[in-house]
Design a binder for this molecule. Sequence first.
Ligand code: NAI
Ligand code: MG
Length: 370
Amino acid sequence: MKYKIAMLPGDGIGKDVMEAAQIVLNALELDAEYVYGDIGWEFWKKEGNPLPERTIELLKETDCALFGAITSKPKKEAEEELPEYLRGKVEYFSPIVKLRQLFDLYANVRPCKAYEGNPLNYRDNIDLVIFRENTQGLYSGVEFYPVPEEVRKALEIHPNMQKFKDVPSDEMAISLRIFTRKGCHRIVKKAFDYAKENNRKSVTVVEKPNVIRETSGMMIEEARKLAPKYKGIEYMEANIDAMAMWLIKNPERYDVLVSSNMFGDIISDLAAQLVGGLGFACGGNIGDDYAIFEPVHGSAPKYAGKYVVNPIAMLRSVKMMLDWLGEKKLAGRLENGIAKTIKEGKVRTYDMGGNASTLEMAEEIIKNMD
Ligand code: NAI
Ligand code: MG
């Protein structure tokens, strides 16, 4: 076999859409072996670990992974669902966030495209690809509450800390926004390389350097160094707040967007909603030598096992995976199948106003692939 691919269905509708993915991959006859791995809430409840060590080992033996979705709950509820003997001994963590860190999957890539005939499109001709930094920024996980005395002391060297001088430590919380030059460089470079390889018109860096001077400033600095090396690709800069307006007012103007972790998370949700929402939003967590592809949606517990949700978000993630593997021909066939199915509008899941099942939609896409 040419490839070994890890399949991580996870919880709820993660399983439903993973089944659709498997059917489509089989129909495409990709030369691959599929190995299924354990992840998610079920394993948290049984073993006190939502990402068992055996799953990490399994991923290390594969070329890439496809991930469904997982359920997660706040700390207290998570604790309550554990068996007696595990309570107080383990702490819940997000397995997908952990995987991004573990495999250094620094680029979260989220294409948002308005397919012709999609009744949920906000407007036609939207075709955005968002590159979100995936390992640092505000999601670095370096946070303090209550704020330890040493941290307060260290921060006092900054004059602006004066205004917090009289706030008690348990009345204050700090979440650090950490950027590294390497982190900025590699995410912007990934965006430019993608633009070049895919004949994209422009790359826009979305930050807020006029206010968050040091971190956003560093991202802009790295982008300005890279931009001149990509002849023929227009380079633009926009502030995150303004971008939220521009994406509503004139989304057709933009092409590839690149941003830090938090801002990228926000604009990619906004952009996803412009082209049909969670039933269409796909993503890839991409590093230099490993990648995990996943729909943006969660486990949608109320639809779990009912096979009613839209598989397109997952199937577009499969398409991204095929592209990443270099299987351009198969990726193209799948893309055609998705586009034709949406355009014809004969088979639609509930979110598109129809009543087809998840697997009926997958079968229709297969039929339309050639
Ligand atoms: P969700 O994305 O699971 O579902 C929200 C709503 O969006 C659903 O009730 C449904 O109406 C719609 N929806 C989602 N996927 C759809 C699809 N493929 N087709 C049609 N409609 C779709 O978000 P929610 O309800 O906030 O979270 C449920 C669980 O999922 C939580 O435990 C949450 O922590 C987890 N979650 C996991 C994610 C992941 O695995 N990456 C991402 C987001 C949430
Ligand atoms: Mg999000």
